[in-house]
Design a protein around this ligand. Structure first.
Ligand SMILES: [Zn+2]
Length: 427
């Protein structure tokens, strides 16, 4: 590996840097990064005219379902991490709803051994044994084994008492608790968001307030237990935006993530029972999407995360009410984010990089990689103006359940560098 990006824009908000430079990476190390071109470049060095591209500290997706162990017909650690690299990510967090779930150190060790490639896999372990919401998982052991956050994702901890004890148990480690916020008694058997579309199609609705109620409860618990670290997964409602904004104004250590589909699509995408628009939380109303985009701009939302949820075509081809929730997202996230937030809503490049790189690392408590000479290259490179068509058949994920096939996007991941390795995107 010996590659020189000429006149690339280095965007690294943690170093307050946004300027065109010559970026030279050799054997996984940043050997040169200056405004002036380097002298004495050997013949063998691969030079790339990178005008219109950016180099950012490696992007992080803090919400990925790798499906292994247990559901390898949907995805494996190998295919999921390849999809992450292909989509422009250097780091991901895998969620615990595997089979068996990530509620014991043995499962963490299993994933560790299989995740040795370019993409670093961080572990989100379960809060409760079997994700059943009854008994606390061995949280201290899981932290010692390397878990960097906890959630029963796919399911929500219904018992306030159990959640309170989880906050208390992780306090000595100051560990991060996250929640899939859903008051289950209000959402039993839901199909899509409660509203006009659900009524028109005769589908069962998930009222947005069922998400807000849990966000409010958990914020109060996090404060009561001594201002604990708390993270709202895949936030989807205007009400939850208001609550997170309020919690931050109180000085609480509360954070939130949003998926690209929740800032791109509304419930109208369900159209004529399109199961690739069926997810949990469901696509919401126009007012929710507008509130989310405002929150992304102002800093109420800390991270963009995909909730990458692979399913087979056979599973998704079933009747709408039977088909499983979720869509894949690793290979469309960068394109959707640049198309919607940068080109359409005019977010700054710094804000985009904060949402995809700096923000998630801050939430997770990971060190921020720097783009300076002598440092290992932990870098994502994006052609921010390049237009491309989403062709799911080119994806590295095993799954094809996306509503974005055929979409025209502007902004394409080109390379990632991490752990001494390089990936050139094949999208
Ligand atoms: Zn979830």
């Amino acid at each position: 590996m010996d590659i020189l990006f000429e006149r690339i824009r280095v965007v690294s908000p943690a170093e307050r840097r946004n300027q065109e430079a010559y970026l030279w990476i050799r054997d996984g190390v940043i050997t040169y990064c200056q405004i002036e071109p380097p002298q004495h470049v050997p013949e063998r060095t691969h030079r790339i005219n990178a005008r219109g591209w950016i180099a950012a500290p490696g992007f992080v997706d803090m919400h990925v379902h790798l499906r292994e162990p247990g559901h390898t017909h949907k995805e494996t650690i190998a295919t999921g991490t390849s999809a992450a690299a292909n989509g422009g990510f250097t780091d991901i967090v895998c969620m615990p709803n595997t089979e068996p779930p990530i509620d014991s150190p043995a499962v963490i060790e299993y994933i560790r051994q299989r995740a040795s490639g370019l993409v670093q896999v961080h572990i989100c372990a379960a809060i409760s044994v079997g994700r059943k919401g009854e008994l606390l998982a061995p949280l201290h052991q899981l932290i010692e084994a390397g878990a960097i956050m906890f959630s029963d994702d796919g399911s929500c901890v219904q018992s306030a008492e159990l959640m309170r004890r989880a906050f208390d148990y992780v306090a000595p480690y100051d560990a991060l608790l996250s929640q899939h916020c859903e008051e289950h008694s209000m959402t039993k058997g839901f199909d899509i968001n409660e509203g006009l579309v659900a009524t028109k199609l005769g589908l069962r609705g998930y009222p947005s307030v069922a998400e807000d109620i849990i966000v409010a409860r958990d914020i109060l618990l996090a404060e009561y237990c001594g201002n604990r670290r708390y993270h709202v997964s895949h936030l989807s409602t205007r009400g939850a935006v208001r609550l997170v904004r309020l919690a931050k104004s109180w000085g609480l250590r509360v954070s939130a993530e949003v998926t690209p589909h929740h800032f791109t699509l509304t419930e109208d995408a369900v159209g004529a029972f399109n199961t690739n628009a069926k997810m949990n939380p469901p696509l919401r109303s126009r007012a929710d999407v507008e509130a989310i985009i405002e929150a992304l701009a102002e800093g109420t939302i800390d991270a963009i995360a995909t909730d990458h949820a692979p399913h087979t075509q056979e599973e998704k081809k079933q009747f709408f009410s039977v088909a499983p929730n979720g869509i894949i997202g690793l290979e469309t996230a960068v394109g959707l984010t640049f198309t919607k937030l940068y080109h359409e809503h005019k977010f700054s490049l710094e804000r985009i990089v904060e949402l995809m790189s700096v923000g998630p690392r801050q939430v997770l408590g990971l060190p921020q990689p720097r783009i300076v000479e002598g440092e290992p290259a932990v870098i994502t490179i994006v052609a921010i103006d390049e237009e491309w068509t989403v062709e799911p058949e080119r994806f590295y994920t095993n799954a094809r359940n996306t509503p974005f096939g055929g979409w025209q996007l502007k902004g394409k991941p080109r390379y990632v560098f991490n752990r001494g390795m390089m990936w050139e995107s094949q999208l």
